[in-house]
Design a binder for this molecule. Structure first.
Ligand SMILES: *[C@@H]1O[C@H](CO)[C@@H](O)[C@H](O)[C@H]1NC(C)=O
Ligand SMILES: *[C@@H]1O[C@H](CO)[C@@H](O)[C@H](O)[C@H]1NC(C)=O
Ligand SMILES: *[C@@H]1O[C@H](CO)[C@@H](O)[C@H](O)[C@H]1NC(C)=O
Length: 401
Protein backbone atom coordinates (compact mmCIF):
# COMPACT_ATOMS: atom_id res chain seq x y z
CA UNK A 1 0.00 0.00 0.00
CA UNK A 2 1.25 3.48 -0.88
CA UNK A 3 0.45 6.70 0.82
CA UNK A 4 0.12 9.46 -1.70
CA UNK A 5 -1.41 12.85 -1.44
CA UNK A 6 -2.91 14.46 -4.50
CA UNK A 7 -1.65 17.92 -5.31
CA UNK A 8 -5.11 19.24 -4.67
CA UNK A 9 -5.35 17.41 -1.35
CA UNK A 10 -1.98 18.72 -0.21
CA UNK A 11 -3.01 22.22 -1.17
CA UNK A 12 -6.30 22.01 0.68
CA UNK A 13 -4.50 20.62 3.69
CA UNK A 14 -1.93 23.40 3.72
CA UNK A 15 -4.52 26.11 3.37
CA UNK A 16 -6.50 24.56 6.20
CA UNK A 17 -3.46 24.56 8.43
CA UNK A 18 -2.55 28.14 7.67
CA UNK A 19 -6.13 29.35 7.88
CA UNK A 20 -6.86 27.83 11.27
CA UNK A 21 -5.02 30.36 13.45
CA UNK A 22 -6.53 33.24 11.48
CA UNK A 23 -10.05 31.95 12.01
CA UNK A 24 -9.39 31.51 15.70
CA UNK A 25 -8.08 35.06 15.94
CA UNK A 26 -11.02 36.56 14.11
CA UNK A 27 -13.82 34.66 15.78
CA UNK A 28 -12.75 34.42 19.38
CA UNK A 29 -10.37 36.02 21.79
CA UNK A 30 -7.19 34.17 22.66
CA UNK A 31 -8.07 30.83 24.26
CA UNK A 32 -5.29 29.70 26.51
CA UNK A 33 -6.55 29.62 30.05
CA UNK A 34 -9.39 27.67 31.62
CA UNK A 35 -11.24 30.95 32.16
CA UNK A 36 -11.08 31.65 28.42
CA UNK A 37 -12.25 28.22 27.42
CA UNK A 38 -15.81 28.19 26.13
CA UNK A 39 -18.29 26.12 28.14
CA UNK A 40 -18.42 22.51 27.00
CA UNK A 41 -21.67 21.66 25.24
CA UNK A 42 -23.88 20.30 27.99
CA UNK A 43 -23.87 16.53 28.19
CA UNK A 44 -20.46 16.22 26.52
CA UNK A 45 -18.20 17.26 29.36
CA UNK A 46 -20.06 18.24 32.50
CA UNK A 47 -18.94 21.67 33.60
CA UNK A 48 -18.11 22.61 37.16
CA UNK A 49 -21.33 24.60 37.41
CA UNK A 50 -23.38 21.60 36.26
CA UNK A 51 -21.83 19.30 38.79
CA UNK A 52 -21.29 21.05 42.03
CA UNK A 53 -24.15 23.44 42.89
CA UNK A 54 -26.46 22.39 45.70
CA UNK A 55 -28.87 19.79 44.38
CA UNK A 56 -32.51 20.74 43.89
CA UNK A 57 -34.26 20.20 47.22
CA UNK A 58 -35.99 16.88 47.58
CA UNK A 59 -33.75 15.08 45.12
CA UNK A 60 -31.52 13.67 47.83
CA UNK A 61 -33.89 13.57 50.80
CA UNK A 62 -31.62 11.73 53.20
CA UNK A 63 -27.93 12.40 52.98
CA UNK A 64 -26.23 9.58 54.80
CA UNK A 65 -22.96 10.15 56.58
CA UNK A 66 -19.63 8.76 55.56
CA UNK A 67 -18.50 5.52 57.18
CA UNK A 68 -14.78 5.12 57.81
CA UNK A 69 -12.85 2.94 55.34
CA UNK A 70 -10.72 0.40 57.18
CA UNK A 71 -8.57 -2.52 56.03
CA UNK A 72 -9.01 -5.31 55.21
CA UNK A 73 -11.81 -4.13 52.93
CA UNK A 74 -15.03 -6.19 52.77
CA UNK A 75 -13.62 -8.03 49.71
CA UNK A 76 -10.59 -9.12 51.77
CA UNK A 77 -8.13 -6.65 50.19
CA UNK A 78 -5.14 -6.56 50.64
CA UNK A 79 -5.19 -10.26 51.61
CA UNK A 80 -5.97 -11.60 48.15
CA UNK A 81 -4.56 -14.92 46.94
CA UNK A 82 -3.61 -15.49 43.30
CA UNK A 83 -5.58 -17.33 42.04
CA UNK A 84 -8.81 -16.91 44.02
CA UNK A 85 -12.41 -15.97 43.36
CA UNK A 86 -11.77 -12.70 45.26
CA UNK A 87 -9.05 -11.81 42.74
CA UNK A 88 -11.32 -12.70 39.82
CA UNK A 89 -14.00 -10.40 41.22
CA UNK A 90 -11.47 -7.53 41.49
CA UNK A 91 -10.20 -8.20 37.98
CA UNK A 92 -13.73 -8.11 36.59
CA UNK A 93 -14.36 -4.77 38.27
CA UNK A 94 -10.96 -3.52 37.00
CA UNK A 95 -11.81 -4.56 33.43
CA UNK A 96 -8.51 -6.45 33.26
CA UNK A 97 -6.04 -8.70 35.00
CA UNK A 98 -2.79 -8.69 36.92
CA UNK A 99 0.17 -9.16 34.53
CA UNK A 100 0.69 -12.93 34.14
CA UNK A 101 4.19 -12.97 32.61
CA UNK A 102 7.14 -14.44 34.47
CA UNK A 103 8.99 -11.89 36.66
CA UNK A 104 12.64 -11.09 35.79
CA UNK A 105 15.28 -13.24 37.54
CA UNK A 106 16.45 -10.59 40.00
CA UNK A 107 15.67 -7.18 41.46
CA UNK A 108 18.14 -4.48 42.55
CA UNK A 109 17.61 -3.34 46.17
CA UNK A 110 17.12 0.28 45.02
CA UNK A 111 14.30 -0.86 42.74
CA UNK A 112 12.76 -2.81 45.63
CA UNK A 113 12.58 0.62 47.32
CA UNK A 114 10.69 1.93 44.28
CA UNK A 115 8.20 -0.97 44.42
CA UNK A 116 7.73 -0.37 48.15
CA UNK A 117 6.99 3.29 47.48
CA UNK A 118 4.54 2.28 44.74
CA UNK A 119 2.77 -0.15 47.10
CA UNK A 120 2.70 2.50 49.87
CA UNK A 121 1.15 4.99 47.45
CA UNK A 122 -1.30 2.60 45.80
CA UNK A 123 -2.63 1.50 49.18
CA UNK A 124 -3.40 5.13 49.97
CA UNK A 125 -5.07 5.48 46.56
CA UNK A 126 -7.23 2.41 47.26
CA UNK A 127 -8.30 4.08 50.50
CA UNK A 128 -8.97 7.45 48.87
CA UNK A 129 -11.00 6.20 45.93
CA UNK A 130 -12.92 3.66 48.06
CA UNK A 131 -13.96 6.47 50.40
CA UNK A 132 -14.74 8.80 47.49
CA UNK A 133 -16.88 6.14 45.78
CA UNK A 134 -18.71 5.57 49.04
CA UNK A 135 -19.31 9.29 49.54
CA UNK A 136 -20.72 9.74 46.04
CA UNK A 137 -22.79 6.52 46.13
CA UNK A 138 -24.25 7.41 49.53
CA UNK A 139 -24.99 11.04 48.57
CA UNK A 140 -22.93 12.30 51.49
CA UNK A 141 -23.33 16.07 51.95
CA UNK A 142 -20.90 17.78 49.55
CA UNK A 143 -20.77 14.70 47.29
CA UNK A 144 -24.28 14.84 45.82
CA UNK A 145 -24.16 14.83 42.03
CA UNK A 146 -27.57 15.81 40.79
CA UNK A 147 -26.98 15.14 37.07
CA UNK A 148 -27.97 11.44 36.86
CA UNK A 149 -25.74 10.70 33.85
CA UNK A 150 -22.67 12.31 35.39
CA UNK A 151 -23.37 10.56 38.67
CA UNK A 152 -23.66 7.20 36.91
CA UNK A 153 -20.43 7.81 34.95
CA UNK A 154 -18.55 8.90 38.06
CA UNK A 155 -19.68 5.86 40.04
CA UNK A 156 -18.77 3.56 37.13
CA UNK A 157 -15.31 5.15 36.80
CA UNK A 158 -14.60 5.16 40.55
CA UNK A 159 -15.70 1.51 40.77
CA UNK A 160 -13.17 0.64 38.06
CA UNK A 161 -10.48 2.89 39.58
CA UNK A 162 -10.76 1.28 43.04
CA UNK A 163 -10.27 -2.18 41.53
CA UNK A 164 -7.48 -0.97 39.22
CA UNK A 165 -5.62 0.60 42.17
CA UNK A 166 -6.10 -2.63 44.14
CA UNK A 167 -4.40 -4.51 41.29
CA UNK A 168 -1.57 -1.93 41.16
CA UNK A 169 -0.96 -2.45 44.88
CA UNK A 170 -1.23 -6.26 44.66
CA UNK A 171 1.17 -6.25 41.70
CA UNK A 172 3.81 -4.19 43.54
CA UNK A 173 3.51 -6.21 46.75
CA UNK A 174 3.44 -9.46 44.74
CA UNK A 175 6.76 -8.54 43.10
CA UNK A 176 8.27 -7.58 46.47
CA UNK A 177 7.17 -10.90 47.98
CA UNK A 178 8.50 -12.81 44.98
CA UNK A 179 11.96 -11.29 45.47
CA UNK A 180 11.86 -11.76 49.24
CA UNK A 181 11.68 -8.02 49.98
CA UNK A 182 9.56 -6.38 52.69
CA UNK A 183 5.96 -5.85 51.53
CA UNK A 184 3.88 -2.84 52.58
CA UNK A 185 0.54 -3.16 54.38
CA UNK A 186 -2.31 -0.62 54.61
CA UNK A 187 -2.23 1.96 57.40
CA UNK A 188 -4.55 4.71 58.58
CA UNK A 189 -5.25 7.45 56.08
CA UNK A 190 -7.02 10.78 55.92
CA UNK A 191 -8.38 12.28 52.72
CA UNK A 192 -8.30 15.82 54.11
CA UNK A 193 -11.26 16.97 51.99
CA UNK A 194 -15.01 17.12 52.51
CA UNK A 195 -16.56 17.96 49.14
CA UNK A 196 -16.40 16.49 45.65
CA UNK A 197 -14.63 19.38 43.98
CA UNK A 198 -11.83 19.38 46.59
CA UNK A 199 -11.65 15.58 46.44
CA UNK A 200 -11.23 15.59 42.64
CA UNK A 201 -8.66 18.41 42.89
CA UNK A 202 -6.74 16.45 45.51
CA UNK A 203 -6.91 13.28 43.37
CA UNK A 204 -5.65 15.21 40.37
CA UNK A 205 -2.80 16.72 42.41
CA UNK A 206 -1.54 13.49 43.94
CA UNK A 207 -1.94 11.70 40.62
CA UNK A 208 0.22 14.35 38.94
CA UNK A 209 2.85 13.82 41.62
CA UNK A 210 2.71 10.06 41.06
CA UNK A 211 2.97 10.52 37.29
CA UNK A 212 6.17 12.52 37.86
CA UNK A 213 7.51 10.00 40.37
CA UNK A 214 6.98 7.02 38.08
CA UNK A 215 9.30 8.79 35.60
CA UNK A 216 11.95 8.64 38.33
CA UNK A 217 11.18 4.97 39.00
CA UNK A 218 11.58 4.10 35.31
CA UNK A 219 14.92 5.93 35.07
CA UNK A 220 16.20 4.02 38.10
CA UNK A 221 14.99 0.67 36.71
CA UNK A 222 17.10 1.40 33.63
CA UNK A 223 20.14 2.61 35.53
CA UNK A 224 20.00 -0.33 37.98
CA UNK A 225 19.69 -3.03 35.32
CA UNK A 226 16.00 -3.78 35.89
CA UNK A 227 14.72 -2.36 32.60
CA UNK A 228 12.46 -5.39 32.13
CA UNK A 229 10.12 -3.97 34.78
CA UNK A 230 9.85 -0.53 33.18
CA UNK A 231 7.29 -1.58 30.57
CA UNK A 232 4.74 -2.46 33.25
CA UNK A 233 5.41 0.81 35.12
CA UNK A 234 5.00 2.80 31.91
CA UNK A 235 1.64 1.07 31.37
CA UNK A 236 0.54 2.40 34.77
CA UNK A 237 1.72 5.92 33.89
CA UNK A 238 -0.70 5.97 30.98
CA UNK A 239 -3.45 4.35 33.05
CA UNK A 240 -3.23 6.98 35.79
CA UNK A 241 -3.06 9.68 33.13
CA UNK A 242 -6.42 8.46 31.80
CA UNK A 243 -7.89 8.71 35.29
CA UNK A 244 -6.52 12.20 35.71
CA UNK A 245 -7.90 13.37 32.38
CA UNK A 246 -11.37 12.33 33.51
CA UNK A 247 -11.04 14.07 36.88
CA UNK A 248 -9.74 17.19 35.16
CA UNK A 249 -12.63 17.28 32.72
CA UNK A 250 -15.10 16.95 35.61
CA UNK A 251 -13.41 19.99 37.14
CA UNK A 252 -14.01 21.89 33.90
CA UNK A 253 -10.29 21.81 33.03
CA UNK A 254 -8.68 20.67 29.83
CA UNK A 255 -8.23 16.90 30.22
CA UNK A 256 -4.54 17.06 29.21
CA UNK A 257 -2.64 19.60 31.27
CA UNK A 258 0.81 19.93 29.69
CA UNK A 259 2.85 18.69 26.72
CA UNK A 260 5.43 17.12 29.09
CA UNK A 261 4.25 16.23 32.58
CA UNK A 262 6.19 17.57 35.56
CA UNK A 263 9.12 15.51 36.82
CA UNK A 264 9.24 14.39 40.43
CA UNK A 265 11.33 12.06 42.58
CA UNK A 266 10.61 9.23 44.96
CA UNK A 267 11.66 11.44 47.89
CA UNK A 268 9.00 14.05 47.05
CA UNK A 269 6.22 11.47 46.71
CA UNK A 270 7.19 9.69 49.95
CA UNK A 271 7.39 12.99 51.82
CA UNK A 272 4.02 14.22 50.48
CA UNK A 273 2.25 10.97 51.43
CA UNK A 274 3.70 11.02 54.94
CA UNK A 275 3.01 14.72 55.42
CA UNK A 276 -0.55 14.80 54.04
CA UNK A 277 -2.25 11.44 53.93
CA UNK A 278 -0.81 8.64 56.07
CA UNK A 279 -0.91 8.54 59.86
CA UNK A 280 2.77 8.28 60.87
CA UNK A 281 3.87 4.75 61.67
CA UNK A 282 0.49 3.20 60.79
CA UNK A 283 1.49 1.37 57.60
CA UNK A 284 3.34 -1.86 58.45
CA UNK A 285 6.54 -2.27 56.47
CA UNK A 286 6.76 1.40 55.51
CA UNK A 287 9.52 2.18 58.01
CA UNK A 288 11.78 -0.02 55.90
CA UNK A 289 11.33 2.24 52.83
CA UNK A 290 14.75 3.77 52.34
CA UNK A 291 13.61 7.32 51.47
CA UNK A 292 13.68 10.55 53.50
CA UNK A 293 10.67 12.46 54.76
CA UNK A 294 11.36 16.18 54.45
CA UNK A 295 9.81 18.84 56.67
CA UNK A 296 6.53 20.27 55.30
CA UNK A 297 6.58 23.42 53.16
CA UNK A 298 3.21 25.14 53.45
CA UNK A 299 1.84 27.26 50.63
CA UNK A 300 -0.15 30.04 52.28
CA UNK A 301 -1.48 31.61 49.08
CA UNK A 302 -4.87 30.09 48.20
CA UNK A 303 -6.30 29.42 44.73
CA UNK A 304 -3.14 30.33 42.83
CA UNK A 305 -4.10 31.92 39.53
CA UNK A 306 -2.39 31.60 36.14
CA UNK A 307 -0.47 34.87 36.55
CA UNK A 308 2.86 36.31 37.59
CA UNK A 309 2.62 36.96 41.30
CA UNK A 310 4.30 36.75 44.69
CA UNK A 311 3.44 33.68 46.73
CA UNK A 312 3.60 33.29 50.51
CA UNK A 313 5.03 30.16 52.14
CA UNK A 314 5.82 28.93 55.62
CA UNK A 315 7.71 26.15 57.36
CA UNK A 316 8.41 25.10 60.90
CA UNK A 317 12.17 25.10 61.60
CA UNK A 318 13.65 21.68 62.36
CA UNK A 319 17.06 20.42 63.40
CA UNK A 320 17.83 20.23 59.66
CA UNK A 321 17.29 23.98 59.26
CA UNK A 322 16.68 26.27 62.20
CA UNK A 323 16.28 29.42 60.08
CA UNK A 324 15.78 30.54 56.48
CA UNK A 325 19.47 31.40 56.15
CA UNK A 326 21.07 29.75 53.13
CA UNK A 327 17.81 28.29 51.83
CA UNK A 328 16.45 28.79 48.30
CA UNK A 329 13.02 28.14 46.85
CA UNK A 330 13.12 25.81 43.86
CA UNK A 331 10.24 25.19 41.43
CA UNK A 332 10.08 22.09 39.24
CA UNK A 333 7.65 22.24 36.32
CA UNK A 334 7.42 20.09 33.18
CA UNK A 335 10.75 18.69 31.96
CA UNK A 336 12.55 22.02 32.40
CA UNK A 337 15.58 23.08 34.41
CA UNK A 338 14.66 23.79 38.03
CA UNK A 339 13.86 27.46 38.73
CA UNK A 340 15.72 28.89 41.70
CA UNK A 341 14.12 31.81 43.52
CA UNK A 342 15.33 33.94 46.41
CA UNK A 343 13.33 34.19 49.64
CA UNK A 344 12.13 37.66 50.61
CA UNK A 345 10.01 39.19 53.35
CA UNK A 346 11.17 36.57 55.86
CA UNK A 347 9.54 36.69 59.29
CA UNK A 348 10.66 34.30 61.99
CA UNK A 349 8.47 33.71 65.04
CA UNK A 350 10.68 30.80 66.17
CA UNK A 351 7.81 28.35 65.69
CA UNK A 352 6.97 29.32 62.12
CA UNK A 353 9.03 31.03 59.43
CA UNK A 354 7.08 32.75 56.67
CA UNK A 355 8.52 34.14 53.45
CA UNK A 356 7.58 35.36 49.99
CA UNK A 357 8.91 34.34 46.59
CA UNK A 358 8.05 35.19 43.01
CA UNK A 359 6.01 32.78 40.88
CA UNK A 360 7.16 33.59 37.32
CA UNK A 361 4.13 32.06 35.61
CA UNK A 362 4.10 33.68 32.19
CA UNK A 363 7.77 33.44 31.24
CA UNK A 364 7.81 29.69 31.97
CA UNK A 365 4.19 28.64 31.24
CA UNK A 366 3.91 27.21 34.75
CA UNK A 367 0.73 25.22 34.07
CA UNK A 368 -0.21 21.89 35.58
CA UNK A 369 1.80 20.72 38.57
CA UNK A 370 4.64 22.81 39.94
CA UNK A 371 6.63 21.24 42.78
CA UNK A 372 8.04 23.79 45.22
CA UNK A 373 10.82 22.84 47.66
CA UNK A 374 13.29 24.62 49.90
CA UNK A 375 16.87 23.60 49.25
CA UNK A 376 20.09 24.18 51.06
CA UNK A 377 22.09 26.48 48.76
CA UNK A 378 21.05 27.96 45.47
CA UNK A 379 22.37 25.39 43.03
CA UNK A 380 22.66 25.40 40.12
CA UNK A 381 20.87 22.05 40.11
CA UNK A 382 21.35 19.53 37.38
CA UNK A 383 17.76 18.31 37.20
CA UNK A 384 15.22 17.06 39.68
CA UNK A 385 17.49 14.41 41.28
CA UNK A 386 19.99 17.08 42.18
CA UNK A 387 17.21 19.19 43.70
CA UNK A 388 16.00 16.26 45.82
CA UNK A 389 19.52 15.76 47.22
CA UNK A 390 19.58 19.37 48.45
CA UNK A 391 15.96 19.52 49.67
CA UNK A 392 15.20 20.30 53.30
CA UNK A 393 11.47 21.20 53.16
CA UNK A 394 8.78 20.20 50.70
CA UNK A 395 7.17 19.39 48.45
CA UNK A 396 4.59 22.16 48.18
CA UNK A 397 2.25 21.26 45.33
CA UNK A 398 0.95 24.06 43.11
CA UNK A 399 -1.69 23.25 40.52
CA UNK A 400 -2.44 25.94 37.94
CA UNK A 401 -5.06 25.28 35.26
C1 LIG B 1 -15.84 11.51 52.49
O1 LIG B 1 -16.71 12.31 53.24
C2 LIG B 1 -16.30 12.52 54.60
C3 LIG B 1 -17.41 13.34 55.26
O2 LIG B 1 -17.52 14.59 54.67
C4 LIG B 1 -14.95 13.25 54.60
O3 LIG B 1 -14.49 13.41 55.93
C5 LIG B 1 -13.95 12.43 53.80
O4 LIG B 1 -12.69 13.12 53.76
C6 LIG B 1 -14.46 12.20 52.41
N1 LIG B 1 -13.50 11.39 51.66
C7 LIG B 1 -13.13 11.68 50.42
C8 LIG B 1 -12.13 10.76 49.77
O5 LIG B 1 -13.55 12.63 49.76
C1 LIG C 1 16.23 15.84 58.21
O1 LIG C 1 16.59 15.43 56.88
C2 LIG C 1 16.63 14.04 56.69
C3 LIG C 1 17.14 13.77 55.29
O2 LIG C 1 16.66 14.67 54.37
C4 LIG C 1 15.25 13.45 56.92
O3 LIG C 1 15.25 12.06 56.73
C5 LIG C 1 14.83 13.78 58.34
O4 LIG C 1 13.50 13.30 58.53
C6 LIG C 1 14.86 15.30 58.55
N1 LIG C 1 14.54 15.62 59.92
C7 LIG C 1 13.54 16.43 60.24
C8 LIG C 1 13.36 16.69 61.69
O5 LIG C 1 12.84 16.98 59.39
C1 LIG D 1 5.08 39.72 53.35
O1 LIG D 1 4.48 38.66 54.13
C2 LIG D 1 3.19 38.91 54.61
C3 LIG D 1 2.73 37.70 55.42
O2 LIG D 1 3.73 37.27 56.27
C4 LIG D 1 2.24 39.16 53.45
O3 LIG D 1 0.95 39.48 53.96
C5 LIG D 1 2.76 40.26 52.57
O4 LIG D 1 1.92 40.38 51.44
C6 LIG D 1 4.17 39.96 52.14
N1 LIG D 1 4.71 41.05 51.33
C7 LIG D 1 5.31 40.84 50.16
C8 LIG D 1 5.84 42.06 49.45
O5 LIG D 1 5.44 39.74 49.68
Amino acid sequence: MHFTTSALGACALLSLVSAAPLVARENTHKIDTVEDWPAFPSGLFPSVSGLFPPSPTGLFPSSSSSTPVTFPLPNGFPNIQDPSSALTTIEEAAHGTLPNGAPPPSLNADDATSLQLIAFNELFEVFFFTELLQNVSNNVQGYQVWDPIVRQQLIAELTAVVAQEELHALNANGALAHFGAQTIQPGKYHAGVSDLQSALTKASTFTDLVLGTLQDVIVKLGVNGDAALSRGIASVVGQEGEQNGYFRSLLGKLPSSLPFLTASTREFAFSALNQNSVTPGSSPGSSSINLPVFGPLNILTQDIAAADQTLQFSFAPTSNATSANGLSLVYINQQNDPLILALSNVTDTNKEITFSAAFPYSSHELNGLTIAVLTRGSGPFDGVDDVAKATVFGPGLILVN
